[in-house]
Every structure is written in structure tokens, then in C-alpha cells.
Design a protein around this ligand. Structure first.
Ligand SMILES: NCc1[nH]cc(CCC(=O)O)c1CC(=O)O
Length: 312
């Protein structure tokens, strides 16, 4: 075990209940891995622009970076030592001097369905309202059931559940991982199959951002890094990075890693759910990023360049 320098390590996070749960999970893993008491780590909640903008889709307001800007400034300034994120919410390009260096063992990456009065999404009546603000989920819902009315649904998990109770929609889809971390898996009425309803790149994986070259922190985090999750994420993020010119094209991607092998499934889909292109690739886990980039080239070639600017 590495000997750590004295002093409290500051764990930066968004202030939402899910973000705090993820920061606490990180803290507990660090305490156990290093035999350190709770006081060795402090969780520092930071409010971000993404948390404050509630009135329009984030893709219009400026995209994923809105959830990370203020936290990354704190990391660069040294006000915090590490930043804990949902990998799914992380832009593919990070500010100079920062890296996503550590991943905790991934939770089940599937989406979960929460039905009101029905168990499965297929049981909803013709024309039912399904709530989601995610472009990917909206497109996948429309592909599955063109008769449904997709309604805008933002806010944290608790807010969305309240909207369901109020009858604004008859069902909604959220990440299983987030519900589980909040102790809310009891509200789930079904899990969406990976094949019909592929998750967002990074879904279910907690990622930790650090300053490049901060060797003290790197040593500390090495003890909690989960290498297979890191490889899966390298693949999914390479796929996203190679496609993600705008965040208006819904993109799904999921890599499974086991026994040094990686298998990846990726999908791009039009927001109306009528046109999609998918890809499956397998290879060595050590080639994770190349597999993701290859998969992106394949779907890009299948879709044609026009596919990507058709929805602006
Ligand atoms: N965009 C919000 C967000 N970011 C990460 C999660 C869930 C946790 C995860 O995927 O790790 C969620 C909520 C959701 O999609 O239901």
C-alpha cells in the first residue's frame, strides 16, 4: 500500500442527491482501500450551470459541459483534489490539464422503465404519454412505438417521479444505475433490454477526474480503479468523440469487457426514430479506444455525412 501524504482530500461533486451519493460511494471506497477514517476525505458540493438551467433542453442551452464547468474550475484552482462524475455526463474533450483517470466498477448500464399502472412499456395504451428529455431515449421510444407522445421531462430523479404521480406522463425511462444508487430501485417496473434500448456511452459508470500529473492523487486512486470498466469507457468515449460533432444526434454505445475481450454495440438514430444505423465490433480489451473509433467510422460511412446535420 502506498503511504499517503497527510491532509484532508477534497472530493468535488455536483450537489444533486445522485451526485452526492456517487461522491459518498467514492469516499467509502477510498477509506476502505487505504484504511483511512472518514475525516481523511471531505465531500465538497459545487453548483453548476447545468443544475440551474431547468427551463429548456440542455442540448439547446450549451450541452454537457454545463454540468462540469464550475467543478473543473475548482479542480484546476486546487479548491478540490478530485471530481466525481457520472461518466455519461462528461464531454469527450476535457479542459487542458485535466483527465478522466479513474472509473469505479460499473453498475448495470441498462435503462429502467417506470410505469404508472403498467409494468412494461409495451403495455401502455395507444398514444400514451412517455416522459423523457434525453434525445437518445426520445428517439428510441419513437422507434419502438411511433404512436406514443414523448413529453419533455427534466429535473432530478425525485422531480421526475413526482411528475409521473401528477399524471403528466404514464411512464418514464431513467438509468437503472442512478435509481439504484439513490435506493429507489423499488420504483422500477421493468428493465429495457440492451439490444432494443441501448444505453448512452458511459451510462452506469462513475468516473473520477483529476489533474494531469498529480502523482499523489493518482497513487491514491489506483487502489479503487476498475480496469475493465476503464477499458469499456475508453471504447464508448472514443465512439462518442468520433461522432459527436453536435449533441443533436442521438448516440448510444455499450461495451462489455470480460477475460481481456471487448464487445461493443453502437447506434446512431434520427430524433424521430425512423432512421438508424448500428454496429457491432469485437476485439481485444487492450484495443478499446481503436475499437470505438473503428465502430464510429463504420456507422458514419453507413449513415452518410448528411445524417449528422439533418436535425439541427
Ligand atoms: N443525465 C443525468 C444522469 N446522469 C447519470 C445518470 C444516471 C447514473 C449513471 O448513468 O451512471 C443520470 C440520470 C438518468 O439518466 O436517469
Amino acid at each position: 500500500m502506498q503511504t499517503l501524504k497527510i491532509g484532508t482530500r477534497k472530493i468535488g461533486t455536483r450537489g444533486s442527491p445522485l451526485a452526492l451519493a456517487q461522491a459518498h460511494e467514492t469516499r467509502v471506497r477510498l477509506m476502505k482501500a487505504h484504511g483511512l477514517p472518514e475525516q481523511a476525505f471531505e465531500v465538497v458540493p459545487i453548483s453548476t450551470s447545468g443544475d440551474r438551467i431547468q427551463d429548456r433542453p440542455l442540448s439547446e442551452a450549451g450541452g454537457k459541459g454545463l454540468f462540469t464547468k464550475e467543478i473543473e474550475e475548482a479542480l484546476l484552482d486546487g479548491r478540490i483534489d478530485i471530481a466525481v462524475h457520472s461518466s455519461k455526463d462528461m464531454p469527450t474533450v476535457l479542459p487542458d490539464g485535466l483527465e478522466l483517470s479513474t472509473f469505479l466498477p460499473r453498475e448495470d448500464a441498462r435503462d429502467a422503465f417506470i410505469g404508472k399502472g403498467v409494468k412494461r412499456i409495451a403495455d401502455l395504451p395507444h398514444g400514451a404519454k412517455v416522459g423523457s428529455s434525453s434525445l437518445r431515449r426520445q428517439a428510441l421510444i419513437r422507434r419502438m412505438r411511433p404512436d406514443f407522445e414523448v413529453v419533455m421531462f427534466r429535473g432530478n430523479v425525485q422531480t421526475r417521479l413526482r411528475k409521473l404521480d401528477e399524471g403528466i406522463a404514464e411512464g418514464t425511462i431513467l438509468a437503472y444505475a442512478g435509481l439504484k444508487r439513490l435506493g429507489l430501485e423499488g420504483v422500477i417496473t421493468d428493465l429495457m433490454p440492451l439490444e432494443d434500448f441501448p444505453p448512452a456511452p458511459g451510462q452506469g459508470a462513475i468516473g473520477i477526474e483529476t489533474r494531469v500529473g498529480d502523482s499523489d492523487i493518482e497513487n491514491m486512486l489506483a487502489a479503487i480503479h476498475h480496469a475493465p470498466t476503464g477499458q469499456a469507457l475508453a471504447c464508448e468515449r472514443a465512439f462518442l468523440a468520433a461522432l459527436d460533432g453536435s449533441c443533436r444526434t442521438p448516440i448510444a454505445g455499450h461495451a462489455k469487457v470480460s477475460g481481456g475481450k471487448l464487445s461493443f454495440a453502437g447506434l446512431i438514430i434520427s430524433p424521430d426514430g425512423t432512421e438508424w444505423h448500428d454496429v457491432r465490433l469485437e476485439g481485444k480489451a487492450a484495443d478499446a479506444a481503436e475499437i470505438g473509433a473503428d465502430a464510429a467510422r463504420t456507422v458514419r460511412a453507413r449513415a452518410g455525412e448528411k445524417f449528422f446535420d439533418g436535425w439541427l
